[in-house]
Design a protein around this ligand. Structure first.
Ligand SMILES: N[C@@H](CCC(=O)N[C@@H](CS)C(=O)NCC(=O)O)C(=O)O
Length: 257
């Protein structure tokens, strides 16, 4: 799948008055939660209106509408806001079951949601990398970092965050190693699931994708270098190979916001 464009954004005031699915994305920046839900919607062919979340801005209109200021957040008709990755995934699956990105078998669902949780949720891979990054530049005094640090404050130490990220990486690599023995490329069984999509998206925090896969401002690439330095352990090649394969085969590329 290829695309040649950044998203066409509709301002919050206008989007709010529309029906259907409206999703706020961080404008111009491939936020990892955003990369994932955009890929999910693209794969399923679900139409949506993109709404801008202005990075570093107050996003007051978004707050008035969705009750919060993070992105992505999905607004479907007059439903409640859906800011959590699992709510957006469930909605996408319900709106357009094909292709299925959540296994039908209950045991497999439990395994897959466990993988996704460790990648995307509070105290997961992305969350702990963000804590490391925010603590690394706590002396710069830059306004955006200060605001994010205040917003995502957590009582854990950097050592704790580093251990969590390393443990998650090691388990994810172990899953792929076991799959590879059976000649399988995905985290579960023979088919792509949401876990593959979330890993592909979140890997960008540590090793940014090549330019032909994802268009991003320089600071995102620099952030990846800093994150790798903070983590001190290289990402196993099998996780990178998986990411590159999944993005090339299944995502609309180049990913751009
Ligand atoms: N709501 C998401 C998390 C989203 C999130 O943390 N988004 C980041 C960008 S990738 C964000 O909006 N950061 C800017 C902000 O919070 O103002 C979830 O838990 O599923």
């Amino acid at each position: 799948m290829t695309s040649d464009a950044f998203l066409d954004y509709v301002p919050v005031e206008q989007a709010r008055a529309m029906a259907g699915l409206r999703i706020a994305f961080v404008r111009g920046v491939p936020g990892v939660w955003g990369i994932a839900i955009k890929a999910i919607l693209d794969m399923k062919g679900i139409e949506y209106i993109a709404v801008p979340h202005e990075p570093g801005g107050a996003n007051l209109l978004l707050k008035e509408w969705t009750g919060q200021t993070s992105a992505p957040v999905a607004m479907f008709n007059d439903d409640r806001p859906r800011p959590h990755w699992s709510e957006m995934l469930a909605l996408a699956e319900q709106l357009r079951p094909e292709p299925p990105l959540i296994p039908a078998d209950e045991d497999e669902r439990m395994t897959m949601f466990g993988l996704c949780h460790e990648i995307c949720s509070e105290d997961g891979f992305g969350w702990n990398i963000r804590l490391l990054l925010l603590s690394a530049n706590d002396t710069t005094g830059d306004e955006r970092s200060n605001a994010l640090r205040a917003k995502y404050r957590s009582p854990v130490s950097n050592d704790y965050a580093r251990r969590r990220v390393s443990a998650i990486i090691s388990s994810l690599a172990g899953v792929l190693d076991r799959q590879a023995i059976e000649g399988k490329r995905y985290f579960m069984g023979d088919n792509l699931t949401a876990a593959d999509i979330y890993w592909a998206a979140f890997s960008n925090l540590l090793v940014p994708m090549a330019e032909d896969l994802c268009t991003m401002p320089d600071f995102v690439r620099e952030t990846g270098v800093i994150a790798q330095r903070l983590l001190e352990t290289p990402l196993p090649q099998i996780l990178l190979d998986h990411r590159n394969y999944v993005v090339r085969e299944h995502f609309r590329i180049p990913i751009a916001f």
